[in-house]
Design a protein around this ligand. Structure first.
Ligand SMILES: *Cc1c(COP(=O)(O)O)cnc(C)c1O
Length: 341
């Protein structure tokens, strides 16, 4: 007689994985933040402390993606996103550790070519960086493909990480299915019941959490605060990524958009723009707990949580986990947006 937990553990154990993260990350209470909000009891899961080049959620995701990179026999990785991409920074760190070369093609985004934060770290860790001023991620793919061709002609064995590719999404999602098991163990050890799990995600992180929670029938409500506006409702896309991952794992369970529970309400004018509410959240966590959020993701998730507390969507007597997904190096590229004069 197997249990859902044993089935999930066995399915995950069959997935190739390269150790990169320092796990488990801590789960601890934030009593002064909880007090400042007049309840509920808020705890933080410290995935900003995964250990690889300032940490963050991408480290868990890359453990599965880089198993695929190594299996391909590649000596060079090509990827792209924005100049303040946490994904590219963590990939560069993984490449350094695994003795791979990495080429990044980066869009300006909100912070352009300023040598700060993630871009500074990419260069420090030896990435070959090209910065292009284009207005959308879709336009990156042809540039990445052309660079891959050029490097192959020069004899390199290239692994392309497509910016919006389903394969990298599914492999990365495994990281947060695994994280769900880790989190549920910590919840059990804490002896407390938790009612809500708040986090900011767009793809793999909420997909993995939703799938893990659903597979284990965990009685905890996931809230996904998104940071990027898409042309279609994101909950559906995230559920599709989760379900492609369920298929990859050979699991019967499926995720609905309701389980993902995504809200676009805290994005503000655009991806990567620090809203007044996110700035307030960032200041509040810094000044009550010495907990540093990032301007692009976690500050928006915390703004969402604070608003939901004020509106009674989260009860004053409930218990909440806030997943700190990292991104803190980007803060240094946002110095002038923090309202410190
Ligand atoms: C990338 C990122 C996210 C979103 O992760 P997805 O897997 O794309 O959902 C959240 N927070 C931080 C800090 C990130 O860098």
């Amino acid at each position: 007689m197997t249990t859902p937990r044993a089935d999930l553990e066995a399915a995950l154990a069959r997935q190739p994985r390269v150790p990169l993260a320092i796990l488990p990350t801590a789960l601890h209470p934030l009593p002064r933040l909880s007090e400042a909000l007049g309840g509920p009891e808020i705890w933080v899961k410290r995935d900003d402390l995964t250990g690889l080049a300032f940490g963050g959620n991408k480290t868990r995701q890359l453990e599965f993606l880089f198993a695929d990179v190594l299996a391909s026999g590649a000596d060079t990785v090509i990827a792209g996103a924005y100049t303040q991409s946490n994904w590219c920074r963590q990939m560069t760190a993984a490449c350094a550790r695994l003795r791979l070369s990495i080429h990044l093609i980066l869009l300006h985004g909100q912070k352009g070519p300023k040598l700060q934060g993630n871009l500074l770290l990419d260069r420090l860790m030896g990435a070959e960086v090209e910065i292009v001023d284009l207005d959308s991620m879709e336009k990156l793919q042809p540039l990445i493909d052309a660079r891959a061709e050029e490097l192959r002609r020069r004899g390199r064995k290239v692994y392309v990480v497509e910016p919006l590719g389903l394969r990298s999404n599914v492999l990365g999602t495994l990281g947060y299915v695994q994280a769900t098991l880790e989190l549920l163990d910590q919840i059990e050890a804490s002896g407390h019941a938790f009612h809500h799990l708040y986090q900011c995600g767009a793809n793999m992180q909420p997909a993995g959490l939703a799938l893990g929670l659903e597979a284990l029938a965990a009685p905890i409500k996931l809230a996904t605060v998104t940071s990027i506006r898409w042309s279609t409702p994101r909950g559906g896309d995230i559920a599709r990524i989760a379900n492609a991952t369920a298929e990859h794992l050979g699991l019967q369970v499926r995720v609905t958009p309701e389980r993902v529970n995504a809200t676009d309400d805290y994005i503000g004018p655009d991806y990567g723009v620090l809203t007044p509410e996110a700035r307030e959240a960032l200041h509040l966590c810094a000044r009550t707990e010495g907990l540093i959020l990032d301007p692009v993701y976690t500050a928006k998730a915390m703004a969402g949580l604070i608003d939901h507390v004020r509106r009674g969507i989260v009860g004053r007597n409930e218990r909440v986990i806030f997943l700190h997904s990292g991104g803190t190096p980007a803060l240094f590229a946002y110095a002038e947006d923090l309202g410190l004069g």
